[in-house]
Design a protein around this ligand. Structure first.
Ligand code: ZN
Ligand code: ZN
Length: 169
């Protein structure tokens, strides 16, 4: 599983060329590191292999199953407002003055790209009033990255105080 490695540098993954992570460092009495045991696989490959053992493609599917949640519910619980994230851009109704036509990547596309991501991770939760602390569900809307950027520009969020001064001056 792991390899004890005293002088060699951090090894690369056996199935790709990424660096692996340390499992444990060993120190002598003087506190100097004398050895390290390394994972055989990089973090990405390790997670993929673990997921595969459970019949999944992403490690978060295992954690979600253990927690009795869907994968989306599982991931969203880490962010108080992401619980309100919908699975589509709400500007499909034209609320920003134009209609969103963004097509999200499919789970198959993401797997083929080697990403352990969900399509909804390409969506963002926008605070309608611009106050990031106002997590009232009424103040939250789901936007794709394009629409979120456009809304920011409409609201002047891209103008830093310095830029505003420059433009006004
Ligand atoms: Zn790897
Ligand atoms: Zn959109």
């Amino acid at each position: 599983m792991t390899k004890l490695c005293i002088t060699a540098p951090r090894p690369t993954c056996v199935t790709c060329d990424k660096l692996t992570n340390a499992v444990k460092h060993y120190y002598n009495d003087a506190g100097e590191r004398i050895a390290t045991s390394w994972r055989k696989y990089c973090g990405t490959c390790h997670n993929k292999r673990t997921a595969k053992k459970h019949g999944f493609t992403r490690i978060s599917q295992i954690s979600a199953k253990r927690a009795g949640l869907t994968e989306t519910q599982y991931q969203n619980q880490f962010h108080p407002y992401l619980r309100h994230r919908k699975s589509y851009c709400e500007n499909q109704d034209g609320r920003l003055g134009f209609t969103c036509n963004t097509v999200l990547p499919t789970p198959e596309m993401l797997t083929a790209a080697g990403l352990q991501w969900l399509p909804e991770q390409f969506l963002e939760v926008d605070h309608i009033d611009g106050n990031p602390k106002n997590n009232d569900p009424e103040n939250l809307q789901t936007l794709c990255k394009h629409c979120h950027t456009i809304k920011g520009i409409q609201n002047g969020d891209h103008l830093t105080p310095g830029r505003k001064t420059l433009m006004n001056g």
